[in-house]
Write a new protein. Structure first.
Length: 116
């Protein structure tokens, strides 16, 4: 494993994402939505809503969740849990900001088991 792999995939500068918004990044064959939350943290989930493929990076973000802009399905950003029983959960990734202010994405989704 190289130092770059250990540090995560470089997605670019944190400043590319305005506070309180998300952006979609293409990573391999995945689209991943990365959010810059108002509390200074960053989160990453699959970019498309499992309901009808809505662009989650364009959704409303707050209180630890994102709401799909198409039909209002909401998902917890930490666990990927769908907040309605009639929708699948979304995958989540670990994303951090390095000492130079660059977004670093761990290569694979986090294995989480959203509680019922």
């Amino acid at each position: 494993m190289t130092a770059t792999q250990a540090a995560g995939l470089d997605l670019g500068p944190l400043e590319a994402i305005p506070v309180g918004e998300g952006r979609t990044f293409r990573v391999g064959d995945e689209d991943i939505a990365v959010f810059r939350l108002r509390d200074g943290t960053v989160r990453a989930v699959q970019a498309h809503c499992p309901h009808r493929g809505g662009p989650l990076a364009d959704g409303l973000v707050g209180e630890g969740k994102v709401v799909c802009p198409l039909h209002g399905y909401a998902f917890e950003l930490d666990s990927g849990k769908a907040l309605r029983a009639d929708c699948e959960h979304v995958r989540v990734w670990t994303v951090t900001v390095d000492g130079e202010g660059r977004l670093r994405l761990d290569p694979g989704p986090v294995e989480v088991s959203p509680s019922a």
